[in-house]
Structure formats: C-alpha cells, structure tokens
Design a protein around this ligand. Structure first.
Ligand SMILES: Cc1cc2nc3c(=O)[nH]c(=O)nc-3n(C[C@H](O)[C@H](O)[C@H](O)COP(=O)(O)OP(=O)(O)OC[C@H]3O[C@@H](n4cnc5c(N)ncnc54)[C@H](O)[C@@H]3O)c2cc1C
Length: 394
C-alpha cells in the first residue's frame, strides 16, 4: 500500500516506522520541522510508568511493557540513550482497595512485578529526603518507572524511518484529506496527491482535518516549569526519581535533573480549553503556584532558579483512552491520537496498533482504542478521576 501520514509527533513517527517495516510505502507530512516545536511530543521529558492504569491494566500494562522493550531496541539501533529507568514515586494520601494506585499495585504484584515497594512515610523520608512527606501519607516506589527524552527521541526516530525509506516532508501543512472510490487524497494548498490509505496523527490539530473527531476531543492548556537546582546530586538519579504527588487530586509531578541541566515540574489536572495554536509560553501565575507548592513539598527545589516556563497542550478524548480507528464517514482515512496526556510512553507499541488497524487486522489490545459508541456515551473522565486511572467496576 501507498500510505500518507499527517503528523510527525510520536503517533505519526511510530506509525511510519512500523508501517514501512511491513513493506508499505510511506510519506509523512509535518507542518513544521521534525520535531515541530509546538507538538506535544516535543518536550524535554515524558514519564513512562506502568502504575495508575487501573481503568484497564490488562491493556495498558501489556502495551507499556512492550513499548519499553521497543524503546530499548530503538536505542540499540540508534546507539543513543533516550529512555532512563530512574524509578518513580507516587506520594498519596489514600492507599486501599478501590483506589487507583492500590488496584494498579495489586494487578502488577499478581503479574509478578518485583520492583514495587509500598513505603511508610518515615521510611520514604529517609530514602527521599528531598520531599516533605506527612505521617499519614504512603509512598509507592516503582523502580521500573522512568522517563524518555521525548523531543530528542522523535528527532532521532526520524533517522530510523528515513533509513527504512520513509519520505518525511517537513514544513508542509496538509490543508485537507478527502476520499473517493479511487483512494484517499492529501491536499497541500492546490497540490493533491493520491494514496491507498491516510493516517491522520495530527495531535491537537486533528479537528482541522477531521471535524467529527475535533468535536469530541478537548484541547487543554497545561504548563510546566524548568528549574536549575543548586544541589545537583540530590536531584539526580538514583537519589531523585520521577515523582508524582496526589495523582487523583492536585496532581503535581516532575522529573529528576535532565540533560538540559534543570528539573521539570508540571501538573496533571486539565487546564482551560484553548485553540491548537495557543501560545506555548509560560505564565507568571503558574510560576508562582508551582513555587508555592514546591516550598511546601520539595523546599530545596523551590530555592532553585526558574529557567523558563512552557505550555504544552493535551488532546483529551471523552474517556481518556486513545483513538486508533477509521475516521467516522471514511474507509481509507485512519485517525491515530487522542493522547489524553499519557500517550508518549506508548510510542514503542502504538505503531503496531496503528498498522494493524490500517491493515484491517484484529488486535485485541487495539479494541480499547476503536471509536464504537465512545463519542456518544457520557464522558467518564473528569478533573478528579481519569478514565485510564479509575478502577473499573467488576
Ligand atoms: C504537559 C504535557 C505533559 C505530558 N506528559 C506526558 C508524560 O509524562 N508521559 C506520556 O506518556 N505522555 C505525556 N504527555 C502526552 C503526550 O505528550 C502526547 O500524548 C503525545 O506526545 C501526542 O503525540 P501526537 O503524535 O498525537 O501529537 P504531536 O506530538 O502534537 O504531533 C502532531 C504532529 O502533527 C503535525 N500536524 C498537525 N496538523 C498537521 C497538518 N495539517 N499538516 C501537517 N502536519 C500537521 C504537527 O506539526 C505535529 O508535529 C504529556 C502531554 C503534555 C501536553
């Protein structure tokens, strides 16, 4: 098949590598250079973890473990390291049956995971002295967790794609996708090109090409702060893991010292709905709010120097699960995205889900991401409980 992919973020790039690996001819279009500075994937770091997927542990744990193996495989091909298994901690105030962390932990233990330790506050304070941890809080430490240098990873994955013969057409904004009985068409202004299939992996811009998808996803404003810390060893692995505080509430999270010479702090709950071309700068309000949080929770980080603030946009579906399916009303245009704030880590495994959908092969792990009646049902996601995190009723 001759396949066009619109978008060279992680969804598009992973799809390009897998689809071309299966012998198809692939052309990728991106409106920017790769990695495009305003793409959600273009960031210093994205967390990779297998906990907090109690909404569908069976699907997500399998996918994230296979993704991790693929990230290692890609690192070997590229002879570069982008995936850092630093361990991760979640500081939570309630750890019992029915809570997202507990149900994740129970599932992983039953699956044979040996890297997870549930710590009392005194023990956690000794192990992670950077943090203020209240006596009644629990700390779940998974040594498996880590982060991926996401923007850099997309950039170097393009090398694998090109080596496999993928044509990546940068600085080229696709203005329309259409289909007829003779195939699918990509339009760039007045220029048209025909393909057997098109994959639209356009991140927050998906609604511009596929309005029926755009109507069903929320594009929200999420901010992050980059801080230079004084005591670098204290904030470097193995002393400092990827961390999260109260994931079902305030949802602060962050990363240890990164290659860029700073730590990153951000916040999980959905921000205000914005246009996909909203400014990617940071705000004073978020800076102040973050520093106030850090003074109470990681005081030595709050003493650091703020280097910059940045905005990244989530593309969130009604139930927080990705969308990998034929676009409504199309037979040869597939949509791949709806990352819902947690898509990057799956880069190593979503390529095969997208390729299977494109080749009309049933993949049990891909069923979760078919559209079905998901857009007509009452949304399950909310600020407090995300669809992938909230334990399912059995
Ligand atoms: C603040 C923040 C924190 C996050 N943290 C994590 C995390 O810790 N772990 C994790 O796993 N995930 C995380 N995510 C989610 C993750 O970043 C996304 O799910 C993922 O990067 C989405 O990838 P994508 O390929 O769908 O979109 P993008 O990376 O945005 O790529 C879309 C691409 O499509 C191109 N494009 C769009 N329209 C057109 C067009 N018409 N013509 C040509 N090109 C076009 C764009 O230029 C862009 O390059 C986070 C997201 C944000 C915003």
């Amino acid at each position: 098949m001759n396949v066009a992919i619109v978008g060279a973020g992680i969804f598009g790039m992973a799809a390009a590598i897998e689809i071309s690996g299966r012998g198809h001819t692939v052309t990728v279009f991106d409106q920017g250079s790769v990695p495009y500075e305003n793409a959600a994937s273009t960031d210093v770091s994205k967390g990779i973890r297998r906990m907090w997927y109690a909404g569908d542990n069976e699907t997500y744990v399998e996918l994230v473990e296979s993704a991790a193996a693929k990230w290692r495989h890609w690192e070997r091909i590229l002879e570069e390291s982008v995936y850092h298994q630093t361990g991760g901690i979640s500081i939570i105030d309630s750890f019992g049956p029915g809570t997202p962390m507990y149900e994740s932990w129970r599932y992983l233990i039953a699956r044979g995971a040996t890297e997870i330790e549930v710590m009392t506050a005194p023990k956690a304070r000794k192990r992670f002295p950077q943090f203020v941890i209240d006596d009644e809080e629990t700390v779940v430490h998974d040594r498996w967790s880590g982060y991926i240098e996401s923007g850099h990873a997309v950039k170097i994955l393009a090398r694998i794609a090109r080596d496999q013969g993928v044509i990546i057409t940068e600085e080229t904004r696709v203005t329309e996708v259409t289909e007829s009985s003779t195939g699918a068409t990509v339009k760039v202004g007045e220029v048209e090109a025909k393909y057997d299939r098109i994959v639209v992996a356009a991140g927050v811009w998906v609604g511009r090409l596929l309005p029926t998808i755009g109507e069903n996803v929320k594009v929200t404003h999420q901010e992050m702060l980059l801080i230079e810390v004084e005591d670098e060893p204290l904030f470097s692995p193995p002393n400092m893991p990827v961390w999260g505080v109260d994931p079902d509430g305030e949802g602060w999270y962050g990363f240890p010292l990164l290659r860029e010479g700073c730590v990153k702090v951000s916040k999980e709950p959905l921000g205000e709905v914005v246009d996909p071309d909203f400014s990617r700068g940071g705000t004073e309000e978020f800076r102040d709010e973050t520093l106030e949080f850090l003074r109470g929770r990681i005081p030595k980080m709050a003493d650091g120097r703020v280097v910059s603030g940045r905005t990244c946009l989530y593309t969130t579906t009604p139930d927080d699960h990705f969308v990998i399916d034929w676009a409504p009303g199309y037979e040869s245009v597939l949509v791949a995205g709806g990352g819902s704030g947690h898509g990057f880590k799956f880069g190593g495994s979503i390529g095969s889900l997208i390729s299977d959908a494109l080749e009309d092969r049933d993949n049990p792990l891909g069923r979760r991401f078919r559209i079905g009646d998901r857009f007509t049902k009452t949304p399950t996601c909310s600020q407090e409980s995300r669809g992938f995190a909230t334990p399912r009723e059995t």
